[in-house]
Design a protein around this ligand. Structure first.
Ligand SMILES: Nc1ncnc2c1ncn2[C@@H]1O[C@H](COP(=O)(O)OP(=O)(O)OP(=O)(O)O)[C@@H](O)[C@H]1O
Length: 641
């Protein structure tokens, strides 16, 4: 985890070094803050001067302010002078500490926030470049939790934890050094608690870390359940499934609560255990120290330790006790720190899992140079592909050629692999064997941004993103003028609809485009595709979810879009295939028939049977006149593979 954090702090290391320097200054202030108390007590009880050459001028200056004469017997400075000088030093140290704390916390907050923001952007960007195959195995809510919640946990460690940890460790070392100078014997006594403390810390850290990991995983499952239910709120309401959804959600919340409770309980046990240990050590020091400071006997022996009588003044004992308090504070804070570190460490693991996923080629990482605009001849050559290695492939040797500028309809039974086939074109997946080519070149040879820039897709249910209608259309061609946008919208038969909206092109699109009908969304997606002006167009059942009226409008828009492009259109509605040049039938992972509508119908094969089947359930059989003009006069041979 340390290595990961160090890596993330790149560019802010100077700031961190400054924060460490300030922490050192603050710790020095804390460590020396106990001394003025010793000077005061030693002066009052034993009439002893501080004996620090650095302070002499200050005390002398304070002496001159002393009311009346010096008390008789006073060797050097007046009580007033020592008291006032000690008070001033105390005040100065306090002010330095306050200032340093402010700067240190500000720096920590800024570094923590920067780290969080930087890491969040990096993870989000990485997520978009990870192959689709990896995404298929993930849950949206879970990933969202990693990007938001888990990264916050890491930021929290930097903002809250690391400052405490650093100043704690430095205070510990500083205090230890001063205590050793004051009385090494008492320091050794105080340190007796360290071995049991170390054991307790080791055990509890392990337990808390395990629980934190479970909490992080469970939090992901909670987020996932919430996202899934809220995303499908219409279905939940329609099926009156609220109780079922709440029950499922409550189970997940419970699964998160249990390890959270365990982690909290461990933390609750840890704090008091440390306090008991520290109280034991303190009691021993107070009683033995007071005995020695009171001047009883010649010396005090305890196992291998011999503490000479009179080796401790009341002032020294008080300072020593103040220091042991300082020493114990960081130890007590360990419980809080332990939880922060464990939570952050679990979060780092989950975030790293994403960052370690290999990326697809990023825009600009060009393989070989290639023309930016392709002609659009598409071919599948012996393509074998499946989603999971080891499973039976979905495509089992697909051979298909689509001439540049022609229109091909891909038909077949549901689940046959039509959508899978077209997903291979923009390399959303790569084939196991064989190749997909455009203009005779394997798609893997093109830079990914060039390849995808030459393909436009309109899917069954188009997604609109949050933003305005204009923002959504501009996705097709960033930088397009208003005139170009409106022309595209007109061609897609959606311009009038947009104009009727209260905000026109500035109307805000809600999440997923919920404030638009399916037909409007489809036509906007078509306008987006028109703006993209790609030579290859993929239409994956663009009218599947539409009523007849919307279907007619969308098909009219499709007509505009298809003009002069290579079109591959997936459709179950064979009645819509009148305008295509060729139809290819996919069955059992292979293209089994290819030809014009008329040819395939006349052939009496798979397509003819599908057509007959569809007509059996239609109130009126499909009008051949709709398709006649497409197939008429074509002498294409029916190809069977
Ligand atoms: N992301 C995925 N992960 C695993 N299997 C998948 C995935 N997508 C599709 N499949 C499987 O691949 C097979 C082909 O699916 P595909 O969506 O390509 O069929 P289709 O012919 O387009 O179906 P439909 O006409 O119903 O849309 C199906 O068995 C499906 O379960």
């Amino acid at each position: 985890m340390i290595g990961f954090l160090y890596q993330q702090l790149h560019g802010r290391r100077l700031l961190v070094t400054a924060a460490i320097g300030l922490t050192l200054l603050g710790v020095a202030g804390t460590v020396f803050a106990a001394f003025p108390l010793k000077w005061i007590l030693d002066k009052i009880v034993n009439d002893r001067d501080p004996g620090l050459p650095l302070l002499e001028p200050l005390i002398t200056a304070c002496d001159s302010l002393a009311p009346g004469t010096r008390p008789p017997g006073a060797g050097g400075h007046t009580q007033f002078g020592v008291l006032l000088a000690s008070g001033l030093v105390l005040l100065a140290l306090g002010l330095i500490e306050a200032l340093v704390t402010f700067v240190r916390l500000s720096v920590a907050t800024s570094v923590g926030q920067d780290l969080e923001a930087g890491l969040r952007n990096r993870v989000f960007d990485h997520l978009q470049h990870v192959p689709l195959a990896w995404h298929s195995g993930q849950r949206v809510g879970e990933l969202t939790q990693r990007v938001s919640g888990n990264i916050s946990d890491i930021g929290k460690l930097v903002t809250d934890g690391l400052v405490d940890l650093l100043s704690g460790v430095l205070t510990l070392l500083g205090v230890l050094a001063v205590m050793l100078v004051i009385s090494w014997q008492f320091t050794v006594l105080s340190m007796c608690v360290v071995p049991p403390l170390f054991l307790i810390v080791a055990c509890y850290t392990r337990w808390t870390k395990r629980a934190s990991k479970q909490v992080a995983r469970a939090a992901g499952r909670v987020a996932e359940a919430a996202a899934a239910t809220i995303g499908a709120i219409t279905e939940v309401k329609v099926f009156t499934a609220q109780r079922w959804a709440s029950g499922k959600f409550a189970d997940r919340v419970e699964a998160q609560r249990r390890p959270g409770l365990r982690a909290g309980r461990r933390q609750a046990e840890f704090g008091p255990l440390v306090i008991v240990l520290l109280t034991l050590s303190n009691t021993v020091i107070v009683t033995i120290g007071a005995w020695i400071a009171a001047g009883h006997g010649h010396e005090f022996g305890l196992w291998f330790l011999t503490i000479p009588a009179g080796s401790l003044t009341v002032g020294t004992l008080t300072v020593f006790l103040a220091y042991s308090k300082l020493l114990y504070q960081p130890m007590r804070d360990l419980a809080k720190l332990m939880l922060l570190v464990s939570t952050a460490s679990a979060a780092v693991g989950r975030v790293r899992e994403i960052l370690e996923q290999p990326c697809e080629q990023r825009p600009g990482e060009h393989g070989r140079s290639s023309p930016v605009r392709l002609h659009g001849e598409v071919a599948f050559r012996g393509v074998v592909f499946g989603y999971r290695q080891g499973d039976l492939p979905v495509l089992r040797g697909v051979d298909l050629t689509v001439r540049a500028g022609s229109r091909l309809a891909l038909v077949g039974l549901s689940g046959g692999g039509k959508s899978t086939m077209v997903k291979l074109l923009p390399r959303l997946h790569d084939p196991w064997h064989g190749a997909v080519t455009i203009d005779g070149l394997d798609t893997r040879e093109y830079p990914l941004d060039v390849l995808r820039g030459n393909i436009a897709m309109v899917l069954q249910d188009s997604v609109l993103f949050e933003g305005t209608v204009r923002d959504n259309l501009l996705l097709g061609r960033p930088g397009a003028s208003q005139e170009q946008i409106e022309t595209a919208a007109r061609q897609a038969c959606v311009h009038d609809t947009i104009n009727r909206l209260p905000g026109g092109y500035d109307t805000v699109v809600h999440e997923g485009g919920r404030n638009f009908s399916s037909g409007q969304r489809q036509r906007m997606a078509i306008a987006r595709a028109i703006l993209r002006d790609a030579p290859v167009l993929i239409l994956d059942e663009p009218t599947a979810s539409l009523d007849v009226e919307a279907e007619v409008e969308v098909m009219r828009a499709v007509e505009c879009l298809a003009e002069g492009r290579t079109v591959i259109m997936i459709s179950h509605r064979l009645s819509l295939l009148g305008h295509v040049d060729e139809i290819a039938v996919l069955q059992a992972g292979r293209i089994v028939e290819q030809g014009s509508y008329q040819q395939l119908k006349a052939r009496g094969g798979v397509f003819a049977r599908m057509l007959a089947e569809q007509n059996r359930y239609a109130t009126e059989p499909v009008e051949l006149s709709m398709v006649d003009h497409a197939g008429a006069g074509e002498e294409n041979e029916v190809r069977t593979t």
